[in-house]
Design a binder for this molecule. Structure first.
Ligand SMILES: [Zn+2]
Length: 360
């Protein structure tokens, strides 16, 4: 089969492909049912987990998809292609690779970035007993981000206000205010929640189970929506002690917002914390691979539109369906050249991670 055929049009299709590919490889799949939500077609929602390599490996690589729901079309395609094409048939000694399919299956099925509670999981991994960060910057932009209507005067006023904000403060400041993570507006975007979400707790349990005795844990969490079309930026997400090691593994191509080299704004509560806190004694090398789709403003506007739709609109209306298409396009370029690009970069990166882990 050609690479594009391993990608899917819906969560259900993606899940079936993943399960079938695992079965072909003789892998046992753990199905973690999300008891709190159903899919767009009324289907059950699962975070599925499969492992290649020895049970007692001391070096474990997690390759995960769908932390941001609909971004899972990309990650799932890479996972399925890898399994179907018989990659990683022989792993280095003492190395295991764990595939996590659809960390946020609700968002994958409904083609949303967020989970069933409008939570951005990649802002949800924090200690909620500690004081929450100051969200003054988000407070300033919230009303522009979520206007009361999407095709009337409130929207028009919001667009003008955003334009003025960017003119005054610059695009990076707007991106940081919007996407940094906020804990004050449950109906806003990039909302981090008020307690650990189901996906957060489940991911921690999966990590503890699969890497409980590991000495070194690596993560490649697959995302889309930032950067140039089809290019996979490797964004370092661990604590900065490990960045030199990641640079070595990935041929110096790792970026970080701490060092000002990433297309991502500084963010808080990212999911690598769930991995490292579940195996506190292991060395960790965590990277998000972020594939570009559309221009940044188009992506941010699609997320605003989607947020408005679930706060005030009707998904089944004409406007609702138009917005859903806009969101899907921001997450996933349904084009063969894009799929070939993300696959090639994906498998090369996974192979580098395994090599790096083996040598560590
Ligand atoms: Zn993402």
């Amino acid at each position: 089969m050609s690479i594009p055929q391993y990608f899917s049009a819906t969560y259900s299709e993606a899940r079936q492909k993943f399960l079938k590919a695992c079965e072909k490889r003789g892998l046992v799949v753990e199905n973690n049912l999300n008891p709190n939500a159903k899919g767009r077609e009324g289907e059950e929602l699962y975070m599925d987990v499969a492992r290649l390599g020895p049970e007692d490996a001391s070096k474990v690589l997690f390759v995960s998809s769908g932390t941001h729901g609909g971004e899972g079309f990309c990650g799932s395609g890479i996972q399925v292609a890898l399994l179907e094409q018989n990659y990683l048939e022989s792993l280095p000694e003492d190395v295991a690779v764990v595939f996590i399919h659809a960390i946020n299956p609700y968002g994958f099925s409904h083609v949303r970035r967020v989970n069933e509670d409008n939570i951005d999981l990649n802002r949800n991994f924090r200690d909620f007993s500690e004081p929450l960060p100051d969200n003054g910057a988000y407070q300033e932009v919230h009303d522009m981000i979520v206007p009361a209507d999407w095709d009337g005067p409130a929207r028009e006023a919001a667009e003008k206000a955003i334009e003025a904000y960017i003119q005054k403060n610059g695009m990076p400041k707007y991106q940081a205010a919007v996407s940094g993570g906020q804990y004050i507006k449950p109906n806003g975007i990039f909302y981090g929640g008020s307690k650990p979400a189901w996906s957060n707790e489940t991911l921690r349990a999966v990590t503890a189970k699969h890497a409980g005795n590991a000495a070194h844990v690596a993560l490649l969490d697959i995302h889309t929506g930032l950067g140039p079309y089809g290019y996979g930026e490797l964004i370092y997400v661990g604590d900065l002690d490990g960045i030199d090691r990641a640079m070595e593994w990935y041929d110096g191509e790792v970026t970080s917002h701490e060092t000002g080299t990433s297309s991502s704004a500084p963010v808080t509560g990212t999911m690598n914390k769930g991995i490292t806190e579940s195996v506190p004694n292991a060395t960790n090398t965590c990277v998000a691979i972020e594939y570009g789709t559309l221009e940044l403003m188009e992506v941010l506007n699609s997320l605003r539109a989607d947020n408005w739709l679930y706060a005030y609109g009707d998904v089944d209306s004409e406007l609702g369906q138009k917005i859903k298409k806009q969101v899907r396009d921001a997450f996933y370029c349904d084009a063969d050249d894009w799929k070939e690009m993300v696959w090639k970069r994906g498998i090369e990166t996974i192979e580098k991670a395994i090599k790096g882990l083996a040598k560590s």
